[in-house]
Design a binder for this molecule. Sequence first.
Ligand SMILES: Nc1ncnc2c1ncn2[C@@H]1O[C@H](COP(=O)(O)OP(=O)(O)OP(=O)(O)O)[C@@H](O)[C@H]1O
Length: 660
Amino acid sequence: MAKTGRKIYAAKKNISRFPGAIHKSFPAAQERDAEEWLRGAPAQQRPYIRPPAPDRRTPVKREESTPGLLEPEHQMGSLPSGLKAEPMDLDMYAQSGESDYEDNDLRPGFSPPRDLTPPPRVTPAPVSTPEPKIQLSGEQRAVLERVKRGENVFFTGSAGTGKSVLLREIIRTCREDGRQGRLAVTASTGIAAVNIGGTTLHSWAGIGLGKETADKLVGKLLGQDKWRRRKEAEQRRALGLPPQEGADYDEDEGRGKERRTIDRWKNVRTLIIDEISMIDGVLFDKLEFIAKTLRNDPAPFGGIQLVLSGDFFQLPPVPDQDKGAPQPVSFAFDANSWTTCIRNPVFLNKVFRQRDQGFVDMLNAMRYGHLEPETVQKFQQLSRPVKYDDGIEPTDLFPTRYEVDTCNIRRLKGLDCDLHKYEARDVPGCDINGKQIPWSIVERLVERLVSPKFVELKVGAQVMLIKNQPQGHLVNGSVGRIEKFTTARDAVQCGTQIAGYQSNATNALLSNRGKNRGNRDGPQIPDELIRDTRVWPYVKFQNGRSMLCVPQVFEVNDANGRVEASRTQVPLILAWALSIHKSQGQTLDRVRVNLQKAFEKGQAYVALSRATKMETLQVVAFDPAKVMAHPRVLEWHAHHTGEQLRRNDFDDEEEMWADL
Ligand SMILES: Nc1ncnc2c1ncn2[C@@H]1O[C@H](COP(=O)(O)OP(=O)(O)OP(=O)(O)O)[C@@H](O)[C@H]1O
């Protein structure tokens, strides 16, 4: 690669426009060189930055492929070409012709609509104007103020009350007020963590799966021997005995990785945990014990400010199994330490996602698992199909991944045109010592990303954008349809927006590169992309906007914000169907939910509450018996709000999980 080559160029764009994306293309040991180069070192001094070599010692595992697709390229022993460790290289995508998968998939659980009246037609909304910047409501602002004052806060509320919006504002504010280094942004699941630019709570806390006792977990971090000596010394002190000869322990002793974890625990000022409903109470207590012990601070949670967000009526913690049988779950509020850490939960009441109060009331009744016969009837009436004049169909939400894959494959297969395959480029990041993260770990890390290793698309495919765009008109979750595949050059000539890059680049880019410097809409389109002869999906979205979806970078960060792995992939997934789990946190304008295989408390509520209005929601196989709120959650809610809600009839955990 020449010194003005594309890799350095791409990194320059990322550094100059996205501070959060700094260094993604450089091994840590070379970061300073890279930065210097970018700050304007003379061209002849600019170093060529060699990408890290992949760790070939680790065998590449067979990718878990979508059944029926991509089989030939996934045979064991053939190293996928995308596993070359070259940063930001746009050369890794290959197109292919038709795939030859079998015609054997019927969508299970899809019962024919019972209502035979003609489907309502919905005329799509006109092209939307740019989204106005969201102003926090009074109740959201009040939470932000409490966080700024350093208080522990847990804010909750039904789906669509703006918890995520508020959390993002809290993170932004905390970063601006100089806590960057002392702020931990975490979530209970990988997907939720990626959504807020954080890491999983488990990974930040350095506890692995966290199944051991709190005592053992502290021992693992401090070293078992040191931990034993410390406990003995504390016992002697408590009994008024002098310290034992030779029984000193060194507070600052510690081993590499554990030392850094201990430092994180000691230095953190504010710990953010999103989707707290999926953290169980036992784990919460263990973390509290670790915090107090490592910080030598008896204050609740070792004096760390807690900012927790989530809705206990949505997805619960994944239950432990005992000989294959799921164990009863405990919620974070069941933890012994919960009430000392969180005094008064804040309930956000204003629902933003849905405007129709009648619909909001129906969803709330569902949230509490308390459906009157007329509400059941109203949900059952939503079984009618909805047709859309622009041909973009609703996203199907299913409880299981199998149903999702089956539906998407069947629909893709039904399109009689060329198949375009895009294979992701995964790049390992570096650990704190500048050492490349091993491939075996990278493979696990990138599984957290919503972006898949392989994306297969055709003209007519319904897709979802999985990355926010700098201009804000198109966001993670925008749904559209592929109209054609075209090169970046052709798209630019037609004035089409290119994903991840500035708008209005158009012909100026082709005629005069010097004037096209990039603006706040995003970085400048690289020459390499313009010269690239390969074609990318051109998508028309529901809001009328179109965009050429060229590859974008998705990152997994470690607890210190360092990039552990990145994946470059076309920012789209097939969106005829999504799993309810993946849909958590999303707002969807057109939804069809199939509840036939719903098995988990909160699942039906999560699915239906993604919809913005009843007119664009279809509910297949609605069954009031599948609408389940957890009795413990109902009790907790009643305790704090005074609302007495009827307990539902689904107390039997085994029955609930029997379908898994
Ligand atoms: N203050 C606000 N003003 C206008 N719109 C808002 C406001 N807060 C949130 N919204 C909008 O409401 C919708 C739902 O917001 P958000 O996803 O933050 O809700 P949530 O409580 O996190 O939902 P869920 O629990 O389902 O994940 C989004 O479209 C968001 O843009």
